[in-house]
Design a protein around this ligand. Structure first.
Ligand code: SF4
Length: 354
C-alpha cells in the first residue's frame, strides 16, 4: 500500500474526509425523495449498515425539506443533496440543513447564481462536490476530446473546480466517474496530480451486484492501494445497503479498515469434497447475525479434513467436511464431529462460546 495522497481536509456535517481521516463510505437513497417516511427508513437502514455519508437526489425545491425532516427524526449522518442545474434547489437544500451539495457550477450558468450558491454554502459551512461523469460531460469538452476519455473527464472536473475557486470557494470534493474502469482510474490519477481536494471514488453505472461489485472493486481498489481516494461509493443496481456492504469489504481487503466483523475463509472445493460446502457457506453467511462476538475473528469453512484444518491454520475456528459429516476445529485442533445437517448450528454455537 503506497503512502496516502495528502488531500485537503473537508468537514461534512459531523465527519471529516481527506487528510488522514478514514476513507468514508457513501451511498445514495433510491426512494422517491418526496416520500419522506420511506426515505427516512432507507437512510436508517443505510446508516445501520455502516454508511458514513448519505446522498439524496433532490429533483425540485419541494423535496428540499427532506433534510430538515430527516434531522428532526434523529438522523445524524451527514446528508448530501444531489442537484442538477437548478441553483434554487441548492439554496433551498442548504437552508433546510443539507451537509454537502453535489452540483456542477458549470451547469448552473449565470455567474450570479453560482456566486449565490457558493456564498450560501460558505456561510453555512457546507462543502460542494463537483461530480463529473462520462454520461454528463459538457458538449464543449466532449467536442474537444471527441469522447469521454480520462483527459476529458479530468478537464471538465478541473474547470468546474476553477469556477468555484474564482468565487473564493475552496471547500470542495471532486469526483470523476466513468463506467469504464481504466478511464475512471486514469481520470482520478490526473486529478490527484493536479489538485489537493479530497477525491470521491466510484465506478458509475457498475451494474448488478454480481458484476458491479467486481467492477467497482477493481477501479476503487486500484486507486486506494496507491493512496488515492478519500471517500468511496459502490454504485449498484440493487438495494443501496448492498453498496455499503461492498464498500466496507473493499476497504477491508485494501487493509484500510479493521475487520470488526467476522472474516470467513472458505475453500473453492475440489474432488476431495464430500459435503455440501457451498450450501454450508451460504447458510453461515445468512446466519451471521446470530454471532454475538463482534471483533476480529477468522472462521474457516473447508471442504475436507485432509487438507482443510491445515490450509486454514490461521483461523480461530472452523469446520472441515468429512463424508456427510463436519469436523469442528479450533486453532487447527479438532474438537467435535457433527452431522452436516447441524454443522452450522454447531459452528455458530462454538463461536458464541469463544
Ligand atoms: S480444503 Fe480440501 S476440499 Fe477444499 S479445496 Fe482444499 S483439498 Fe479440496
Amino acid at each position: 500500500m503506497r503512502k496516502r495522497r495528502k488531500s485537503k481536509e473537508i468537514k461534512i456535517g459531523n465527519i471529516s474526509i481527506g487528510g488522514d481521516y478514514p476513507i468514508a463510505v457513501q451511498s445514495m437513497t433510491n426512494t422517491k425523495t418526496s416520500g419522506y417516511n420511506a426515505t427516512l427508513s432507507q437512510v436508517r437502514a443505510l446508516c445501520g449498515a455502516g454508511c458514513d455519508i448519505v446522498r439524496l437526489a433532490v429533483p425540485n425545491v419541494d423535496c428540499a425539506g427532506v433534510f430538515a425532516f430527516l434531522k428532526q427524526n434523529g438522523v445524524t449522518a451527514p446528508l448530501v443533496a444531489d442537484i442538477h442545474f437548478d441553483y434554487r434547489i441548492a439554496l433551498a437544500c442548504v437552508e433546510a440543513g443539507a451537509d454537502k451539495i453535489r452540483i456542477n457550477p458549470g451547469n448552473i450558468g449565470d455567474p450570479e447564481r453560482i456566486k449565490a450558491v457558493s456564498d450560501a454554502c460558505r456561510n453555512a459551512g457546507v462543502p460542494i462536490r463537483v461530480g463529473v461523469n462520462s454520461g454528463s460531460l459538457e458538449k464543449k469538452v466532449l467536442d474537444a476530446h471527441g469522447r469521454a476519455d480520462s483527459a476529458a473527464l479530468a478537464e471538465s472536473a478541473l474547470e468546474n473546480v476553477h469556477i468555484l475557486e474564482d468565487f473564493g470557494f475552496e471547500d470542495i470534493v471532486v469526483a470523476v466517474k466513468s463506467s469504464d474502469v481504466p478511464t475512471m482510474i486514469e481520470a482520478n490519477e490526473i486529478i490527484a496530480e493536479k489538485c489537493a481536494y479530497p477525491l470521491h471514488l466510484g465506478v458509475t453505472e457498475a451494474g448488478s451486484p454480481a458484476r458491479g461489485i467486481i467492477k467497482s472493486s477493481v477501479g476503487i481498489a486500484s486507486l486506494l492501494s496507491r493512496g488515492i481516494g478519500d471517500t468511496i461509493r459502490v454504485s449498484l443496481t440493487a438495494d443501496p445497503v448492498k453498496e455499503v456492504e461492498a464498500a466496507h469489504a473493499i476497504l477491508e481487503y485494501c487493509g484500510l479498515e479493521k475487520n470488526d466483523g467476522i472474516e470467513v475463509v472458505s475453500c473453492p472445493t475440489c474432488g476431495r469434497t464430500n459435503i455440501d460446502l457451498i450450501g454450508l457457506v451460504n447458510d453461515f453467511e445468512a446466519r451471521r447475525s446470530e454471532i454475538k462476538r463482534k471483533g476480529g475473528l477468522k472462521v474457516a469453512i473447508m471442504g475436507c479434513a485432509v487438507n482443510g484444518p491445515g490450509e486454514a491454520r490461521g483461523a480461530d475456528i472452523g469446520l472441515a467436511g468429512g463424508d456427510g459429516v463436519a469436523l469442528i476445529f479450533k486453532k487447527g485442533e479438532i474438537i467435535k464431529k457433527v452431522d452436516q445437517s447441524c454443522a452450522i448450528d454447531a459452528l455458530i454455537g462454538e463461536i458464541n462460546l469463544l
